[in-house]
Ligand binder design. Structure first.
Ligand code: AMP
Length: 198
């Protein structure tokens, strides 16, 4: 990883023909692309479709290290979609392969044709479940973290901050220091290792 290179997460989906073969092919094509190094892949999940009635999807997430900017990564992804015979028809319709740029380092981009973090990723289990195997604390749309999303849900319960952390008597072992915000990245690594078992 050079000083300028970043970790990019790419979402893959397929719900037509040899779905698993298509996901494998997309990974192989990404790995062959100059300027991209595929470093890790999630397990593959079968998921119910969003949108019009259509077959179930297979989804996975791929981690890539690259110095290419987000727009270039999207263009490469779209070229692979085209080469693999993706026909651009109905929005959210069935497809041989769908390749989305989910995250590009900590970049936040909102321009015509490219939004990063991917705007709907935090609402979609078929994105988050495989992504969390690789990245325990992803940046989500609106600058939110997974912890924020969880806290929003928890925050709807009637729990109010009342006092700082309780003091620990002198001489006792331990600490009442606040835990680090966010998840330890090592958790992600451990999960990925677990993922490699199947
Ligand atoms: P889809 O049907 O999901 O493949 O959507 C493709 C459209 O979404 C294209 O017009 C892209 O330019 C646009 N788009 C915007 N942001 C992204 C992103 N982060 N990854 C992939 N496509 C994106």
């Amino acid at each position: 990883m050079t000083a300028r290179s970043v970790r990019v997460y790419i979402g893959l989906g397929s719900n037509l023909g040899d779905r698993l073969g298509h996901l494998r092919e997309a990974v192989a094509r990404l790995a062959r692309t100059p300027g991209l190094a595929v470093t890790r892949t999630s397990r593959v999940y079968e998921t119910a479709p969003v949108g019009p009635p259509q077959p179930d999807y297979l989804n996975a997430v791929v981690e890539v290290i690259t110095a290419l900017d987000p727009k270039s990564v999207l263009e490469l992804a779209q070229r692979i979609e085209d080469e693999m015979g993706r026909e651009r028809g109905e929005r959210w319709g069935p497809r041989v392969i769908d390749i989305d740029v989910l995250l590009h380092g900590t970049a936040r981009i909102d321009e015509p044709g490219l939004t990063v973090p991917h705007p709907r990723m935090h609402e979609r289990a078929f994105v988050l479940v495989p992504l969390l195997e690789l990245e325990a604390d992803p940046v989500l749309p609106g600058g939110r973290s997974l912890g924020d999303v969880r806290l929003e849900a928890i925050g709807r319960s009637d729990v109010r901050l009342f006092a700082p952390a309780l003091p620990i008597p002198p001489g006792a072992t331990g600490s009442n220091a606040r835990p680090r915000a966010g998840n330890d990245r090592r958790v992600g690594r451990a999960r990925a290792t677990e993922g490699e078992r199947c």
